[in-house]
Design a protein around this ligand. Structure first.
Ligand SMILES: Cc1cc2nc3c(=O)[nH]c(=O)nc-3n(C[C@H](O)[C@H](O)[C@H](O)COP(=O)(O)OP(=O)(O)OC[C@H]3O[C@@H](n4cnc5c(N)ncnc54)[C@H](O)[C@@H]3O)c2cc1C
Length: 496
């Protein structure tokens, strides 16, 4: 593979990376965008359902809702940036540039309402908003800009020296080479692959966070892993039933057929996600199952996409069996208002970044928006830096390749630990035991990475590093807040 240089290197082609690439291209920079995906569905952006929140006429109330959902832990300055720029970013990129046709009613946009939002303010396309944004965005970047997009191309490691990042080692078709860049923007998305049940696509192994942490960048709020309360798990896989369904009147019932959410929170089904997720877990443990009863709403006509998903997965209506699943990481690479990390020339945007907007708990439908707003800001700030070459790290591949089963087995062990000890409920004992297991696992993987280079091995290393960062941050937070919830005793022993 040829060595390459570029003004701005963006890693990841979800909404955040695409927004950063678009902005840098508009500024006249030579932009290269690499993504390990080879199809749109490999990004969480494609899967987004409920929609994207906007301020309408009341930015103060929107900010208030975000702060309340975060249990007062979100950074007010970051929240102000988000709500101030929300409507302009959505209009500029999604409406004027991409021509996304959000649902309307007789009065204009058909704003949706979701849990913990004070008013309807969510733009959506059916309950399949993500793909209606992502596909036109990918097409626009490919067809209408000068951005060079390399798919099926994975970033493995940052090229760095003394607190500055010079580019990235990338892998394509089993070969690797450096790309040197004036600035690098990480937009690698979430961490769902660390848990056995997640709404994220499989490739969400936390690569950007791991690469940045290894290079010495600060990370923040890693303990705040959000679990979505209403995922459906079948043999065909996992899919999400958007909060919008509860927003429209869907009711959660336990195995005895009883509605239970009013006993847990005054806002019942529309309580913050962490509260609903723990309630669903508890009721499932006590009564065997929890269903989302959609009989009070016109489900099939209001949510045709979800109706089709239920059919495909053999789920019969109106009672959809649901359980919590890992959904979103509130923390990540610590960045400022421009997406600048603690390392020179390294930016991070989207789910892999911690802007401070979400604090300990994310308000529904603010993640696409955060990716858009910070993507634009970082794309701008990353422009204008000179490209310099330094000696690239040597990645070795001198030992025989590992069998496919290797990564599978290690992932299995890692996910079990994360599920049992670093999941919806945690205990100090469990968190300390989990770190011991994860440290051992990371040590094993590190030993293999020293003499072998492959995408699955690097993904496993990313997962091990990020799992440890989460477990360590969780063990340092000794009180429950937002989606970090402590119980006294570990429910289960970690088996090695
Ligand atoms: C089922 C579901 C429903 C959701 N619904 C909503 C919603 O309604 N509203 C909302 O606001 N949010 C929603 N979210 C959350 C939101 O979709 C994500 O947080 C957001 O899309 C993340 O965008 P991103 O650009 O940061 O990452 P992603 O969209 O996940 O993109 C990450 C990109 O990085 C690439 N990548 C990763 N590692 C590497 C590497 N090493 N090298 C090269 N490329 C790499 C991936 O291939 C991918 O292209 C939902 C999430 C899910 C999973």
């Amino acid at each position: 593979m040829d060595r390459k240089r570029t003004d701005v290197l963006v890693v990841g082609a979800g909404i955040a990376g695409l927004a950063a690439a678009l902005k840098a291209d508009r500024q006249g920079a030579d932009v290269t965008l690499v993504t390990k995906a080879s199809r749109p569905e490999a990004a969480s952006t494609w899967w987004a359902q409920g929609g994207i929140a906007v301020t309408r006429d009341d930015p103060d109330q929107f900010a208030q809702d975000i702060l309340e959902a975060s249990a007062g832990t979100a950074d007010p300055d970051a929240v102000e940036t988000l709500v101030t720029e929300a409507d302009d970013a959505v209009r500029d990129i999604l409406v004027d540039t991409l021509g996304v046709e959000f649902d309307t009613n007789g009065d204009g946009f058909d704003y949706g309402k979701e849990a913990a939002h004070d008013e309807p303010r969510i733009l959506h396309v059916d309950a399949a908003t993500g793909k209606h944004i992502h596909v036109p965005f990918l097409n626009y970047i490919t067809d209408e800009t000068d951005v060079e997009m390399l798919d099926d191309t994975a970033a493995l490691e940052l090229i760095r020296h003394e607190g500055r990042v010079y580019g990235v080692m990338i892998e394509q078709d089993g070969e690797w080479a450096p790309i040197f860049a004036g600035a690098t923007v990480l937009a690698t998305g979430g961490i769902g692959a660390l848990y056995p049940r997640s709404t994220n696509p499989d490739g969400a192994t936390g690569d950007g966070i791991a690469m940045a942490a290894l290079a010495g960048a600060d990370v923040a709020d890693m303990e705040y892993v959000q679990f979505h309360p209403t995922a459906v798990h079948t043999e065909e896989g996992t899919f999400l039933v958007s909060e919008a369904v509860r927003g429209e009147g869907g009711i959660l019932r336990n195995g005895d057929g009883d509605r239970f959410m009013p006993e847990y929170h005054a806002d019942a089904e529309l309580a913050p996600r962490d509260v609903v997720a723990r309630a669903v877990k508890a009721e499932r443990a006590e009564t065997g199952e929890v269903v989302l009863d959609v009989s009070p709403i016109e489900f099939e006509s209001e949510f045709p996409d979800l109706t089709a998903k239920c059919n495909d997965h053999g789920v019969s209506l109106p009672e959809i069996p649901v359980a919590p699943a890992e959904h979103f990481l509130c923390g990540g690479i610590d960045v400022d208002r421009d997406g600048q990390s603690s390392l020179d020339r390294l930016f991070a945007v989207g789910e892999c970044a911690c802007t401070g907007v979400h604090g300990a708990n994310r308000l529904a439908s603010t993640s696409l928006l955060e990716g858009l707003v910070w993507g634009r800001r970082a794309g701008d700030a990353a422009t204008g830096h000179a490209v310099e070459r330094i000696e690239a790290p040597e990645l070795l591949d001198r030992d025989p390749a590992l069998p496919d089963t290797f990564a599978r087995e290690k992932f299995h062990r890692l996910r079990r630990v994360m599920d049992e000890q670093v999941g919806i409920e945690r205990s100090p004992e469990g968190l300390s035991r989990s770190q011991a297991v994860l440290r051992r696992l990371k040590g094993e993987v590190d030993a293999y990475v020293r003499t072998r280079t492959s995408r699955p091995l690097y993904e496993l290393r990313s997962a091990a590093i990020v799992s440890l960062l989460i477990a360590r941050a969780a063990s340092e937070r000794d009180e429950s807040v937002g989606c970090h919830y402590l119980v006294d005793q570990a429910d289960a022993l970690v088996s090695d």
